[in-house]
Design a protein around this ligand. Structure first.
Ligand code: 5GP
Ligand code: ZN
Length: 140
């Protein structure tokens, strides 16, 4: 079902590379990340190769959400985590290292010391409103 011959995640879906599978459905495969933020850190991927969210087929969205729910609930039960982050990187600048679309599902614990990203403020409310207006125009 996947198709890129030099993609490690396609090779995992096809069983040509080993993986610690946790879940599978019609369009989705999920397996443990080799380098977990916390143990249980799972990657959810579409079986059919696409590089990033912009190339994804929206028709598989429901299957992906279902996988996130199932894996997230299982992580809560198995690891005892109090919360779950779902993260997805697009492009090298955003931290993407493997160019087969994937979602990280990461168990989180109270006071586990992880800060995902520093946040800042807009220079003013006007600057914030200008940003929203530019995005609305683009999306209209
Ligand atoms: P990215 O930075 O692209 O969002 O995340 C890629 C993730 O894939 C990393 O967290 C990395 O640890 C994981 N990874 C890379 N190669 C392999 C592999 O061969 N097997 C598994 N299970 N995980 C991998
Ligand atoms: Zn692939």
């Amino acid at each position: 079902m996947s198709e890129s011959t030099d993609c490690i995640f396609c090779m995992i879906v096809e069983g040509k590379l080993p993986s610690s599978k946790v879940y599978e459905s019609e369009h989705v495969y999920a397996f443990l990340d080799l380098n977990p933020v916390h143990e249980g850190h799972t990657l959810i991927i579409p079986k059919k190769h696409c590089e990033n969210i912009f190339e994804a087929d929206p028709a598989i969205g429901a299957d992906i959400i279902r996988a996130m729910q199932r894996v997230g609930e299982a992580l809560k039960k198995v690891t005892g985590c109090a919360g779950v982050n779902v993260l997805q990187n697009n492009g090298r600048a955003a931290g993407q290292m493997v160019f087969h679309l994937h979602w990280h599902v990461i168990p989180r614990f109270a006071n586990d010391g992880l800060a995902l990203w520093p946040q800042k403020k807009y220079a003013s409310m006007d600057a914030m409103n200008e940003m929203a207006e530019a995005l609305r125009k683009e999306l209209a």
